[in-house]
Design a protein around this ligand. Structure first.
Ligand code: IPD
Ligand code: CA
Ligand code: CA
Length: 271
């Protein structure tokens, strides 16, 4: 993507994501209408929908040739990643939003012909905006984030993942995941994929893995984390499918192959 166009799109996206955060903060203490989607743990509120509607309206008014791929139904039906696509999760961490009133984020990843060009993850309660522009670095509130250190051993790493993967499940052998937890320095779970990816960019965790997420959970955060040198693949070490749900590992490059070969591939269950 042309650098001038990238900057123009970014400055609009930044303005809108900050405005969307203001919508959330203003309505934060209003009574919420909470609905469940695929399961009792898969939640949505009218504020998730309002934020997505707000962003989709702005994008369509300003960039009519761009496409939108988003969680709550205001986007387009995509058949490919051709063109400029805004991949949006209006609130990543809806359970935290409802139960904790913090630890959630608005996530936007802007892809051009399949390449992640711009990422924004806005923790609007802490007022922390993480951003990344392909080839320009990653930032937290306009402060450039340093590139990852050259070396890291797995036993020195803090990894983010959902504790669910330590329970019996259909995708990965939980005993292998338990071995991984024993090997690493520590594990963390925050309830927002977007924030975990932003935390990799910030250098406060060294990786994030999960077996099943939608493109809007990871699109923004991945662009940001990749800008400080983190690498992203699926559980098989292949590029993540950004059109459908997939597994994902984003981490410091020094620990990527060990996690994939010694843990994820060994633990993977064939359905
Ligand atoms: C969820 C969060 C959470 C992850 C879930 C996602 P949502 O997104 O990213 O960290 O474990 O799988 O669905 O539903 O709050 O947008
Ligand atoms: Ca999400
Ligand atoms: Ca969401």
């Amino acid at each position: 993507m042309d650098k001038i166009i990238q900057k123009q799109i970014f400055s609009q996206a930044k303005e809108w994501v900050l405005a969307a955060g203001e919508i959330i903060r203003t309505k934060m203490n209003d009574p919420l209408i909470i609905e469940t989607k695929s399961s009792p743990k898969d939640l949505v509120t009218e504020i998730d929908k309002e934020v997505e509607r707000f962003l989709a309206t702005k994008i369509r008014e300003t960039f009519p040739d761009h496409l939108i791929f988003s969680e709550e139904g205001y986007g387009d039906q995509l058949k490919s990643l051709d063109g400029t696509i805004w991949i949006i999760d209006p609130i990543d961490g809806t359970m935290n939003f409802i139960e904790q009133k913090r630890n959630f984020a608005i996530s936007i990843g802007i892809f051009h012909n399949g390449v992640g060009e711009i990422g924004l993850v806005y923790d609007c309660m802490a007022n922390n905006l993480y951003t990344g522009l392909k080839g320009q670095g990653a930032f937290k509130n306009d402060q450039k984030l340093p590139h990852l250190t050259e070396n890291l051993k797995l036993e020195e790493a803090i990894l983010g993942f959902n504790h669910y993967w330590l329970c019996e499940n259909d995708v990965i052998d939980e005993r292998i995941m338990q071995q991984l937890v024993k090997k690493i320095l520590g594990s963390r779970t925050y309830g927002s994929a977007a924030l975990k990816l932003a935390f990799i960019a910030e250098g406060i965790i060294d990786g994030y893995l999960t077996m099943n997420l939608a493109p809007w959970d990871i699109a923004g955060g991945m662009v940001i984390a990749n800008e400080v040198g983190a690498v992203s693949t699926n559980l098989d070490g292949k590029p993540i499918n950004m059109l459908t749900r997939d597994s994902t590992l984003t981490c410091h490059p020094a620990i990527q192959s060990e996690i994939i070969n010694d843990y994820l591939q060994k633990g993977k269950k064939v359905n």
